[in-house]
Design a protein around this ligand. Structure first.
Ligand SMILES: Nc1ncnc2c1ncn2[C@@H]1O[C@H](COP(=O)(O)OP(=O)(O)OP(=O)(O)O)[C@@H](O)[C@H]1O
Length: 399
């Protein structure tokens, strides 16, 4: 196991992070995420033994990394930088051969094993035929694969990589991350700094998300939540569960937030049924509100991400008197109220009952003809909706 224990670091008088603990397990693919300048590269360099922390220590297989002789350390741990500070124009072959240095004696004589290791590493990253090319003649993505090949040739137990995909096209990103995942499956401990939350969600066994000088850790489903992402990046994003893979996928908001609009649209939803409507109304310039929604519900996340006013309750809690009072206030302010095609159980029944207190003409119901099918309130919701329609409520137009 590679462990960073109670790490404290800062440059000059500043403190970048304090008391960080991180574990890289053999057989696992671990990923560090976080905003620009959070300290990801710094942490990686500390774990690789290149920077000494102000406090805390790094242990590799129970030995303190800073006490290990360089060659021994290099047999245990390989580091793949983003781009080395000074780039000498070595050939691809010679660069990858540098990975064999920890196995070579004083005279640096290359053995058959070194030769085979380099050849195999170059093939693995898809650069066979490039052996004689020099680094400066390569594209950024090809160069990145050379550094990865050098780390593979090093045959270390742990591979630490700083943004190994940042120059790669989407398909090479997936290829390289799949390769790292395979290496983890073969028993290596892989730690990579990534920026792409969705690829991290797919590939990582464990995530560390830098957030306000600390790290949030766990599996993708635990770390990549609306709240954690907002806390770390100070930006709202939609987090949706991938329908097939069942992992979180993060969509940055590249649409208008709802703050500027004049028309107030309130949306009653839940369970993701209202997210599309919220996005549509928001894009059309409405100032939206939503609720009552349970916190962390996917519609709640969307509403929050869009900057909507949300009447909210704790997860799985019924609507309290206070929330109901707030709901009525928000409904009265709204110019338009949209009822999404949600199943109506006891919680949402109160949302529907509240509609009896507002002007029916401003109510729009999605697929009212299917109301009965999703009514789990013993017919009460259908009765209310039908009477609202009689009094002037309308069908919400399909997108
Ligand atoms: N040698 C240095 N001297 C002073 N400040 C530094 C030094 N190296 C990094 N920093 C600062 O420390 C902070 C963290 O840098 P680091 O490179 O670890 O961040 P990062 O999370 O990897 O960022 P990015 O996502 O932009 O690559 C940044 O504000 C950076 O400017």
């Amino acid at each position: 196991m590679l462990k960073g224990i109670n790490l404290v670091y800062g440059y000059g008088n500043t403190t970048l992070f304090e008391g960080i603990n991180i574990e890289v397990q053999p057989g696992k693919f671990t990923v560090i995420l976080g905003p620009n300048g959070a300290g990801k590269t710094t942490l990686l360099k500390i774990l690789a033994g290149f920077l000494k922390p102000r406090e805390g220590t790094v242990e590799i297989n129970d030995q303190e990394i800073f006490k290990l002789p360089a060659k021994k350390r290099a047999r245990m741990l390989a580091y793949v930088p983003q781009e080395p500070e000074t780039l000498r124009d070595y050939s691809v072959w010679d660069t990858v051969m540098m990975g064999r240095y920890p196995y070579q004696g004083f005279l640096g004589l290359e053995t058959k094993k070194d030769f085979q290791g380099v050849k195999k590493a170059i093939e693995t990253v898809g650069l066979a035929g490039y052996e004689e090319r020099t680094l400066l003649s390569l594209s950024g993505g090809e160069r990145q694969r050379v550094y990865l090949a050098r780390a593979l040739a090093q045959e270390a137990d742990y591979i630490l990589l700083d943004e190994p995909t940042n120059h790669l096209d989407l398909f090479y990103q997936v290829k390289i991350l799949s390769l790292l995942k395979d290496l983890a499956a073969q028993g290596k401990g892989i730690l990579a700094v990534l920026h792409d939350l969705n690829l991290a969600s797919f590939f990582a066994d464990r995530l560390y998300l830098f957030s306000e000088g600390d790290v949030i850790t766990g599996a993708a489903g635990e770390v990549l939540t609306f709240e954690n992402i907002y806390k770390a990046y100070k930006e709202p994003a939609l987090v949706v569960n991938h329908p097939v893979l069942g992992i979180p996928q993060v969509l940055p908001l590249i649409i208008n937030k709802s703050s500027g609009g004049k028309t107030r649209v309130h949306i009653i939803g839940g369970g993701g049924m209202a997210s599309g409507i919220m996005l549509r109304e928001s894009q059309q310039g409405a100032k939206i509100s939503a609720g009552v929604l349970n916190k962390s519900d996917s519609d709640w996340q969307t509403a929050k991400a869009l900057g909507a006013e949300v009447v909210e309750e704790e997860p799985f809690s019924p609507i309290s008197q206070e929330s109901y009072r707030r709901l009525l206030e928000v409904l009265k302010k709204a110019d338009k109220i949209v009822v999404a095609p949600v199943p109506i159980g006891p919680g949402n029944l109160q949302n529907i009952e509240a509609l009896l207190e507002v002007e029916p003409k401003k109510i729009f119901i999605v697929k009212p003809e299917e109301m009965e099918k999703r009514d789990y309130s013993g017919g009460r919701a259908t009765y209310i909706v039908n009477s609202l329609i009689k009094a002037g409520a309308q069908k919400y137009p399909e997108a």
